[in-house]
Design a protein around this ligand. Structure first.
Ligand SMILES: Nc1nc2c(c(=O)[nH]1)N[C@H]1C(S)=C(S)[C@@H](COP(=O)(O)OP(=O)(O)OC[C@H]3O[C@@H](n4cnc5c(=O)[nH]c(N)nc54)[C@H](O)[C@@H]3O)O[C@H]1N2
Ligand SMILES: Nc1nc2c(c(=O)[nH]1)N[C@H]1C(S)=C(S)[C@@H](COP(=O)(O)OP(=O)(O)OC[C@H]3O[C@@H](n4cnc5c(=O)[nH]c(N)nc54)[C@H](O)[C@@H]3O)O[C@H]1N2
Ligand code: SF4
Ligand SMILES: [Mo]
Length: 771
């Protein structure tokens, strides 16, 4: 069934009529269920909806394309959550963008549209091309599209003039052929969404324990005594994590949330899988809720560690895990000495917490035999993100909370396969060992110089070092900081290419020539010459499993991402390297045979991926307390405490996701748990701060960020919302607030945009804004 019908423009764009009610104190339950199944049936039809929702996250089904939360080994019939259902419904809609759309919507018209409107136009089904002398896309054939791109790539004076971006929904197989193509072409310019996401985590964990990934498995949660959830909103962004937390709680775990916002999902949870989720009060999740000031986590981790060390001094031999420290770690003495100078006044100023609250967490940490600390973007998107995460590792090491059941470091990844993409080699600075294996396997010399990451990629576009930008998924111009700078940089490109399922801002903000290549989504059956194919993905706890499409592609004209990349490789490289691109496209097992030889931990990939439920990648620190750092030891690290200063009359702004969005994809203008309806141009501020600033709840305000580069970055006409966030802190939605963050404001080491602690000034709006 193909439907060429999109919602009317008025119905979507004229709804900036924001309604505010008090934030919720619980998550999921009946509203969660009705909010997911109802729209799925309405938008996909009952047959398609039933087929997809009942096979989602099942061992012979497809992997939910939303977040990277893992699946339990015992699956129920409905192994999805409200937001997973939204992602499936969004992808599997039978509505398609009609051929007439392109002439009716030239680039200047597309530029006026919101990401919300663009996404609602339906699935892309034909390749389109915007020539240099035209301002509109026109449909073209696939061969023509590959010829245009291949010719352009071959005409470049250096392969480093091209960059190949990836968003984390791409499968392992597609990611592997993509990085192979980029490196065979001659560049390590492989930026990805991870640069804006958990890059800080990878950098910190690699230094501390030698592996940049989670040290826990799914089953560890149920065995933990204490789970500390920092800088994460699982109720909206990893909803089924709440089930694991509920189980942990029932088994006796204590849960502490560290977050400036009182997030509904962390306070109480009604599990829709269970009867008491439908009618009862649900589980009160967090035992303690530390409403920390933005960016205060490094101080908190150091202060807790200091208290742990003091407790050990008071009762020697009873608090620290000396065996673990002596056998597996280095740097303990220096670390312990460094904390003696920690200034308690600075700690209280940085965290906004009381000494009692910090002491309470330390007591819980000491009392718990098995501790897991989880985190997400609330920690990674700060200037001192890497230092903060290293301080988490210091704390965990003190009591040997690495490499034993029920304990560990648990970064919770974002995109469903962002972690797998890295395992496959999507990184601008893959280590030499990987490049060596690639060389042995395919007999060409991969480039050795590091490539550009996402932020550097924008800079390289701005100054003409990169002139061709190819994106396998994603929406970089909307996702990256400093929107105006990023957009004008991309518009300088000679050619931009987007491989996408649906329209977004990156199709409107384009280079001189531009192409959109439509692709199949994960829900769709992928039929190739050797028969039906599956792909594979890796979740946040390193579990790798297959994903099978379940419904017919929305158009027979669509190609899989693997077909697109392999055909482009043939059009660009011809016989330059000895790679059987056509064989890869015909049979994905052939790609997996190479993955087995090149990617760490993927030996016998074809065999193990076919075991029921897939397999878990080996992980030295987790499995055997083997630490592949340069010294073979886990490292205590010294991280100077720096407090983000906020002058009087200013606030610290963070950018967050609403409940009804997936990154730059906006499902609706509502944010149910936070009590916001029909609007996203809002800024949440503590009522005491609103009063101190002599502003009024509900009024329209202009939000200026304050940096020293002389540029006045401003959001105009936002609605002020009185909200119980921590004092001195504010929150607004991403991507709307991205224009406030300069491109250069990034985390140290990881270069991740520091979009969660921007100093802002709020002023009453004086100019009229459209309601
Ligand atoms: N439905 C849905 N699911 C998603 C996504 C989505 O957009 N929608 N996105 C996916 C992706 S790519 C990612 S990376 C993840 C993101 O998952 P999250 O990290 O949960 O996403 P954010 O909305 O950025 O929420 C950040 C949380 O950290 C808190 N926080 C911010 N700054 C600080 C701080 O300084 N200290 C502390 N302690 N807390 C802080 C915020 O109040 C908020 O609760 O979700 C993934 N899953
Ligand atoms: N201020 C601020 N900025 C942020 C963040 C923040 O918290 N605050 N978060 C950052 C984070 S964590 C991330 S991960 C980035 C996200 O950055 P990106 O990954 O670049 O952005 P997405 O919005 O996830 O990409 C959505 C697009 O992917 C395409 N797509 C969807 N499914 C598929 C598919 O199966 N195949 C292909 N080829 N395309 C598909 C669709 O066209 C869709 O419009 O944003 C970052 N930016
Ligand atoms: S928790 Fe994440 S992966 Fe699981 S069903 Fe929900 S959105 Fe999908
Ligand atoms: Mo992310």
């Amino acid at each position: 069934m193909t439907i060429h019908e999109a919602p009317s423009e008025r119905a979507i764009d004229d709804v900036e009529d924001v309604q505010i009610s008090p934030p919720k104190k619980w998550a999921a339950g009946i509203p969660g269920i009705t909010h997911s199944v109802g729209p799925a049936v309405r938008d996909m039809g009952p047959t398609r909806a039933a087929r997809l929702l009942t096979s989602m996250n099942h061992k012979d089904g497809f992997d939910c394309m939303s977040c990277a939360w893992p699946d339990p080994s015992h699956r129920k019939i409905a192994e999805f959550c409200e937001n997973g259902a939204k992602a499936v419904t969004w992808e599997a809609t039978p509505i398609t963008v009609p051929t007439s759309f392109w002439a009716e919507h030239p680039i200047p018209v597309l530029l006026e549209k919101s990401d919300y409107w663009l996404g609602m136009q339906g699935r892309l089904v034909e390749p389109v091309y915007k020539a240099a002398d035209s301002d509109a896309y026109t449909p073209i054939g696939w061969d023509e599209a590959f010829r245009i791109i291949g010719d352009k790539l071959r005409s470049l004076d250096s392969p480093d003039r091209a960059a190949f971006y990836t968003s984390g929904r791409t499968s392992n197989e597609a990611a592997f052929v993509y990085q192979l193509f980029a490196r065979a072409f001659g560049t390590n310019n492989l930026p990805d969404c991870s640069n804006m996401c958990h890059e800080s985590t990878g950098a910190a964990l690699s230094e501390a324990i030698g592996v940049g990934k989670s040290t826990v498995t799914y089953d560890d949660f149920a065995q933990a005594d204490l789970i500390v959830i920092m800088g994460q909103n699982p109720g909206s962004n990893h909803p089924r994590m709440l089930t694991a937390l509920e189980e942990a709680k029932k088994a006796g775990a204590t849960i502490v949330a560290v977050n400036p916002l009182p997030e509904a999902g962390l306070m109480r949870y009604k599990n829709p899988q269970k009867v008491n989720g439908w009618i009862g009060k649900g589980t009160g999740l967090a035992d303690d809720y530390l409403q920390i000031r933005l960016s205060g986590d490094q101080a908190l981790m150091q202060a807790v560690a200091k208290r742990v060390l003091e407790a050990e001094k008071a009762a020697p031999g009873t608090v620290l895990d000396h065996d673990f420290i002596d056998t597996y770690c280095q740097g303990f003495d220096e670390f312990a000495a460094s904390l003696e100078a920690l200034d308690e006044v600075e700690v209280l100023r940085a965290t906004g917490l009381t000494s009692g609250e910090i002491g309470g967490l330390a007591d819980r940490y000491i009392a718990a035999d098995r501790v897991i600390i989880t985190w997400a973007m609330g920690l990674t998107q700060h200037k001192r993100a890497v230092a903060t995460i290293k301080d988490i590792m210091n704390l965990l090491l003190l009591r040997g909370n690495i490499g034993r059941p029920g304990a560990g470091a648990s970064p919770i990844r974002g995109h469903s396969n962002v972690q797998g993409d890295r395992t496959m080699g999507i990184w601008e600075k893959m280590p030499p060992a990987f490049l060596d294996k690639l060389q042995n396997e395919f007999h060409f010399d991969p480039p050795r110089a590091d490539g550009v990451d996402s932020v550097d990629g924008i800079r390289a576009l701005a100054d003409g070092r990169v002139t061709v930008w190819f994106a396998l998924g994603g929406n970089l111009v909307a996702a990256i900081s400093d929107t105006d700078v990023a957009e004008s940089a991309v518009q300088k490109a000679e050619m931009t290419v987007q491989v996408s399922t649906k329209l977004n801002r990156s199709h409107a903000v384009v280079g001189r020539e531009a192409l959109i290549l439509p692709t199949m989504g994960r829900t769709e059956i992928d039929l190739q010459a050797s028969g039906e194919q599956f792909v594979s993905v890796e979740d946040t706890v390193c579990a790798v499993h297959p994903s099978w499409g379940k419904v017919d592609p929305v158009s027979p004209n669509l190609l899989s991402e693997i077909s697109i990349v392999t055909r482009l490789a043939r059009a660009t490289l011809a016989d330059k390297v000895d790679v059987d691109w056509a064989g890869f496209e015909a049979d994905y097992d052939r790609i997996r045979d190479h993955i087995a030889h090149v990617c760490t931990g993927c030996e016998d990939y074809n065999g193990r991926i076919r075991q029921e439920g897939g397999f878990v990648l080996a992980h030295g620190p987790r499995d055997s307390r083997t630490f592949p750092t340069d010294t073979g030891k886990a490292k205590f690290t010294l991280n100077e405490l720096q407090v983000v200063e906020c002058p009087p009359g200013r606030l610290l702004l963070q950018t967050i996701r609403a409940h009804d969005q997936f990154n730059t994809t906006i499902y609706s203008l509502n944010d149910r748990y936070r009590g916001v309806k029909q609007g996203r141009d809002v800024i949440f501020v503590n009522p005491l701060d609103i009063a101190a600033l002599k502003l009024t709840d509900g009024q329209r305000v202009d939000v200026h960020s304050e940096f020293t580069d002389g540029v006045d970055r401003v959001l105009r006409g936002f609605r002020l919302v009185s909200y119980p966030t921590a004092r001195g802190c504010a929150a607004a939605y991403f991507p709307e607030a991205n224009p406030l963050v300069p491109l250069g404001a990034t985390a140290e080491v990881s270069n991740t945009p520091a979009s969660k602690s921007t100093v802002i000034r709020i002023e009453a709006t004086t100019t009229a804004v459209a309601a």
